[in-house]
Design a protein around this ligand. Structure first.
Ligand code: FAD
Length: 523
């Protein structure tokens, strides 16, 4: 019989199968030789006591069918294979955008025997990577091929964290993780508590997914931007690509991501229902990796093999005005990247490789904004709000894609930095004052949070830290309104999915959203 043994606590020094067997056996009253561990269900690092770090685990253990205490533990139930539903789509379904949402929509459609037509404005991942490198070296942005746009979507050059603040334990999320493993991710992402892939692994997975889609009869058109939607009588009939070619379908999945402002503007002009949505904006904060490791691991475990670069997650809520300050998209052992997709608008993000081995750790540190901060009722007002900050960041950086930067202690002392400390941003950092980039409320909320954390985590609020601006694309400031069937509320046949639709945030939730949207169309 197979039984689930929960809450096994293993000192990190003893991590290994012998210890799993010993502790599971002890719990069951059996010798290690009488059991076999058949599956690891979960493994999370517990850092609560700096005296002793543990892994907390759940295991599936197989033992003799006659084991007398079997009823004390839950039996392990193998996930049932979902009932195969059929898909009735008159024409080949269309997918616009080949990021996580577009890729997982394609995989799901293909698994039901359909052959999607996929349109991606950017290039294949291999060619896109050349453009991303060229931008860093030559400072010439390709607005159609960059860290936001191209095969694999915004997540391709990222830390590849596969967890999000919401929906982290659903069966659909588990399917997403399983699919990543099928296409090249390490198997442990299915059970460790905060899995990540890294840019190197992600790019390989994207390539493998493309090959699978093509093998199964999907078609992918690169350099193909949806420039219009054909709508008649409240029903989308098809799309226009690059202002020239029309493609018709009864099922159009729109998976644009949060940076396709031009496309969302076009959809707004065509009358597709959308509304404002709240976002958060702020800075990237960066420290030497050693500072964060010491802060999180303490003296005893700093440098302990297997723990890797340390992560953190901080938040502070100002209840009076309902604003939160929080860290987001943290990249331990990573680098701060220029994630711009429009000329003269500078936006940052973070990425890492699978080994997370750089000398720096960075995270977004952002303040939540309300739609009322956008100062307009237009559904697209959030774009203007973001653009204003991005333009100021571009100018403050000197107008050549260098980044405006300020040492944290100078920010707290209300003085511009005269020099900036070493950091990971490859296009150069120039001293600036973060107060020039943001509305006043962002600065004042950051200051409140810094002052609170100063006493609690002095290493974080120290001369080791530098602020870089600006972080504005935490999610989409627009929601393309849809119903429970994932269909636009006023345009039939149109299925807005993923981050650009305004219902998800991050790789995993965008992929899961796409799976559910396709499932909702099956009988
Ligand atoms: P996207 O990935 O943005 O994909 C949209 C695609 O649509 C793009 O390829 C774009 O080129 C295409 N497109 C847009 N308009 C058109 C059009 N008109 N016609 C045709 N194609 C179009 N999330 C995490 O969960 N973990 C992380 O560690 C993480 N790190 C990140 C690091 C960076 C540098 C960035 C930029 C983002 C990061 N994110 C991370 C966020 C994550 O990448 C997004 O949440 C996710 O990619 C959203 O998926 P999506 O498919 O909805 O949109």
């Amino acid at each position: 019989m197979e039984l689930v043994i929960n809450n096994i606590q293993i000192p990190v020094e003893k991590d290994g199968m012998d210890e799993y067997l010993r502790l599971a056996g002890q719990r069951m009253g059996l010798a290690p030789e009488e059991i076999t561990v058949t599956k690891i269900l979960s493994k999370a690092l517990d850092l609560r006591s700096q005296e002793q770090f543990y892994y907390k685990m759940s295991l599936v253990v197989s033992t003799d069918d006659k084991y007398p205490n079997g009823q004390k533990f839950s039996p392990y139930i193998h996930a049932e294979t979902a009932e195969k539903k059929t898909a009735q789509m008159e024409e080949r379904p269309i997918i616009v955008g080949f990021g996580p949402a577009g890729m997982f929509a394609a995989l799901e459609l293909i698994s039901h025997g359909l052959k999607p037509l996929i349109f991606e404005r950017g290039k294949k991942i291999e060619e896109r990577s050349v453009d991303v490198e060229r931008f860093i070296k030559e400072r010439k942005l390709n607005p159609e091929s960059n860290i936001q746009f191209g095969e694999g979507g915004a997540g391709s050059y990222s830390d590849g964290k596969l967890f999000s603040r919401r929906n982290n334990n659903t069966s659909t999320v588990n399917r997403v993780l399983k699919t990543f493993v099928k296409f090249g991710a390490p198997p442990e992402i299915e059970y460790i508590s905060k899995p990540h892939l890294g840019t190197d692994v992600l790019c390989e997975i994207v390539r493998n997914i493309r090959l699978h889609v093509l093998e199964r009869g999907g078609d992918i058109y690169y350099g193909s931007r949806m420039t219009d939607i054909l709508i008649t009588g409240g029903r989308a009939r098809g799309i226009v690509i690059n202002g020239e070619q029309e493609f018709l379908s009864s099922h159009i999945f729109i998976a644009l991501g949060h940076s396709a402002r031009d496309t969302v503007e076009m959809m707004h002009t065509r009358g597709v229902a959308m509304e404002q949505r709240q976002i958060s904006v702020g800075v990237r904060i960066e420290h030497p990796v050693q500072t964060i490791n010491l802060m999180r691991y303490g003296k005893k475990y700093n440098g302990f093999p297997g723990l890797g670069a340390a992560t953190y997650s901080l938040n502070h809520t100002n209840r009076k005005i309902r604003r939160g300050v929080y860290t987001f998209c943290m990249c331990p052992g990573g680098e701060v990247v220029n994630a711009s997709s429009s000329e003269e608008m500078l936006v940052l993000n973070g990425m890492s490789y699978s080994d997370r081995a750089s000398n720096f750790s960075n995270g977004a540190l952002v303040v939540s904004c309300h739609p009322s901060d956008y100062k307009s009722d237009s559904p697209l007002a959030g774009f203007s709000f973001q653009k204003d900050i991005e333009q100021k960041a571009f100018q403050a950086g000197g107008g050549n894609w260098s980044v405006p930067a300020q040492n944290l202690m100078d920010f707290l002392g209300e003085k511009g930095s005269t020099g900036v400390q070493e950091n990971s941003y490859k296009m150069g950092a120039v001293p600036a004052d973060m107060r020039e980039l943001f509305p006043e409320f962002v600065i004042s909320e950051l200051l409140v949070a810094f002052h609170k954390w100063r006493g609690e985590i002095p290493l974080f609020i120290s001369h080791h830290a530098i602020l870089l601006g600006a972080e504005t694309r935490t999610s989409s400031p627009v929601r393309i309104c849809r119903n429970e069937q994932f269909e636009s509320v006023n345009t039939k046949n149109l299925y807005p999915i993923g981050e650009g639709a305004g219902y998800t945030g991050g790789i995993t939730s965008s992929a899961a959203d796409a799976i559910k949207a396709v499932e909702a169309q099956l009988l």
